[in-house]
Design a protein around this ligand. Structure first.
Ligand SMILES: Cc1cc2nc3c(=O)[nH]c(=O)nc-3n(C[C@H](O)[C@H](O)[C@H](O)COP(=O)(O)O)c2cc1C
Length: 196
């Protein structure tokens, strides 16, 4: 069932050398798989129409926020966006759906910590944040958000990004637009019996 109004999804990211950007495009592709979704892809300090503005956050019902892992945390540019640009909107934008993704130099480099720092920031703004319980592949999960060592190179890492976007759009359709049929738990139950 499609929602009456578009489900508005913002994929907001920072990227210095392009790895998180590749993740962001895949997250956006995943979100577009859900019926009735409109996606904006926006970069911190991006050029032209790609440039992230507070208005994009205000517009969105659900956000995926991606950052390079920097010293185990989100990047300073992403932090600055929320500290400076979004601060006037604090206490006015509660209740949006949020999730995180990050690329680090290598596995164990702290990408889940970086995701956690993004989630902490979103919680501070009153957003409802989530992780994904499914496995993207035999050895890859995204419990705290989608993660990648450098660019998402193999199908598992790419699939994790798409799954995050898809799940964001589905949760946003359910929680913000009341489209019960989009509930991912129902889909999961059909796909796999509990504790199988
Ligand atoms: C200032 C700085 C700090 C970094 N800190 C980490 C780190 O803590 N752990 C890690 O594995 N990689 C770290 N890296 C590497 C980046 O996370 C990695 O290259 C990432 O893929 C870059 O994403 P981007 O191409 O979207 O900029 C750091 C890079 C920079 C520039």
């Amino acid at each position: 069932m499609s929602p009456a109004a578009p489900v508005k999804i913002l994929v907001l990211y920072d990227s210095f050398t392009g790895n998180v950007e590749q993740m962001a495009r895949l997250v956006a592709d995943g979100a577009r798989e859900v019926a009735g979704v409109e996606v904006r892809l926006r970069k911190i300090d991006g050029a032209g129409e790609l440039c992230a503005l507070p208005e994009d956050v205000l517009w969105a019902d659900g956000l995926a926020v991606g950052s390079p892992t920097n010293m185990g945390l989100l990047s300073w540019k992403m932090k600055r966006f929320w500290d400076d640009d979004m601060r006037p909107h604090w206490m006015k934008i509660d209740g949006k759906i949020g999730c995180a993704f990050s690329s680090a130099g290598g596995w164990g480099g702290g990408m889940e910590l970086a995701c956690q720092s993004v989630l902490t920031l979103l919680v501070n703004f009153g957003f409802l944040v989530f992780g994904v319980t499914d496995y993207a592949s035999r050895d890859l999960t995204l419990h705290y958000g989608a993660v990648s060592a450098k660019a998402p190179a193999d199908e598992a890492a790419k699939g994790a990004c798409r799954l995050l976007g898809h799940r964001l759009a589905a949760w946003t359709a359910v929680c913000i637009h009341g489209v019960a049929g989009a509930h991912p738990g129902l889909t999961l139950a059909e796909r796999r019996p509990p504790h199988a």
